[in-house]
Design a protein around this ligand. Structure first.
Ligand SMILES: NC(=O)c1ccc[n+]([C@@H]2O[C@H](COP(=O)([O-])OP(=O)(O)OC[C@H]3O[C@@H](n4cnc5c(N)ncnc54)[C@H](O)[C@@H]3O)[C@@H](O)[C@H]2O)c1
Length: 344
């Protein structure tokens, strides 16, 4: 196998971008596209010269498919990923791994039992800047990590809830707690939780949260605040909202506070260090941003090469689970009014 032959399952908003990255990735091939709406599958197939179907069983039965890339509403992640694993297909699964921790564990177990490789489409581990930041922290540039500040302050337009940002698919799964698992926390912040895990190597051990729905006609939360404790004693704060008027996900980066420096993780991460070193000047803000391919290319190519070389993928099911545990901890804490100890 020189290339991984993928079937794209779910041809909505994000699949368009992933298909582009897949088409550019040298170790991946789009062999088949599948969506319950055949026209969407055909659209992607036409762009990338693949075949199209609306029949998931046909994907599973197709010997010309090595792996499935699954990009469907969150409640379908577990059933489709488990069915694919049982059919012997490798699984590259969109985030969040599932809507709840129990389902995430079932997916991981099904992939292990059927000896297929599970990867999650988080961006942190395959991003050159995040890798550099991880190395800078490991080598002590900002000293001991003592604080983390998450800021996911979006102002999502009304149409987002029924069609995403591109309105490619008219759908209601994003507004339904049962279908999506939640709002800004499981939808967006989960990326940040995993990215910070990767960069710092820290795991959250306790969370306390308050959340609610204040400005949007949806079942899921549109505002959430939380505090976190990490396994090295560091503390964290979370500010997240999807109806932060005038807000922007890019305007505020997440921050990592160290005893000797600070990192801001935005589109172009910045580092401040008292002593400097490793190419970073002391006592001034230094931008750390590499030229690199798109995130979707990195996700696909990182997973495909790992599969071909028999290695663990850059982002594992365990990563998906760990990030989801913080999310579920936030939801449980907000519901009960009590701190929640992690892992669940
Ligand atoms: N990694 C990222 O940065 C990123 C960004 C956006 C979305 N996502 C994730 O990608 C997933 C899809 O999100 P989206 O924005 O593309 O949603 P979307 O609603 O635009 O697309 C979902 C697609 O799944 C299809 N579908 C529904 N049921 C299906 C089934 N049983 N079998 C096959 N296809 C089915 C729908 O017809 C639709 O085309 C979600 O998990 C989302 O969180 C990830």
């Amino acid at each position: 196998m020189e290339k991984v032959r993928f079937a794209i399952v779910g041809c909505g908003e994000i699949a368009v971008q992933t298909a582009q990255g897949m088409a550019e990735a040298p170790h991946a091939e789009i062999a088949l596209t599948m969506d319950i709406e055949l026209a969407l599958a055909q659209d992607l197939a036409q762009r990338h010269a693949g075949r199209a179907t609306s029949d998931f069983e046909a994907v599973l039965a197709d010997p010309a498919i090595d792996a499935v890339y699954i990009a469907v509403p969150h409640d379908l992640h577990a059933p489709l990923a488990i069915a694919a694993a049982q059919a012997g297909k490798h699984v590259l699964l969109e985030k969040p791994i599932a809507t709840n921790v129990a389902d995430a564990k079932r997916i991981i177990a099904a992939c292990a039992e059927n000896q297929v490789t599970l990867g999650i489409a988080f961006v942190g581990q395959v991003d050159a800047d995040c890798r550099r930041l991880r190395q800078l922290i490991a080598e002590g540039l900002i000293g001991k990590v003592v604080g983390i500040r998450y800021a996911a302050l979006a102002d999502k337009p009304a149409y987002y809830w029924h069609g995403g940002y591109t309105r490619r698919v008219h759908t209601d799964w994003r507004i339904s707690k049962a279908r999506s698992g939640g709002g800004i926390v499981i939808m967006n912040l989960i990326h940040d939780f995993n990215t910070i895990r990767f960069i710092t190597g820290l795991e959250a051990v306790r969370v306390f949260a308050e959340y609610g729905t204040f400005a949007t006609p949806v079942e899921v939360e549109d505002l959430a605040f939380a505090t976190l404790r990490y396994d090295n004693g560091a503390i964290g704060s979370v500010e997240a909202g999807s109806a932060i008027r005038g807000g922007s996900m890019e305007a505020e980066g997440d921050r990592i506070f160290g005893t000797h420096g600070q990192i801001i993780i935005g589109r172009r991460p910045r580092v401040y260090s008292l002593e400097g070193g490793q190419g970073i000047a002391a006592n001034e803000w230094v931008t750390v941003a590499a030229e690199q391919p798109s995130a979707r290319y990195n996700i696909v190519e990182g997973y495909a090469t790992a599969l071909l070389e028999g290695r663990q993928p850059p982002v594992t099911g365990e990563d998906g689970l760990k990030a989801l545990e913080i999310v579920e901890g936030i939801y449980r804490s907000g519901e009960t009014g009590r701190p929640v100890t992690l892992p669940l």
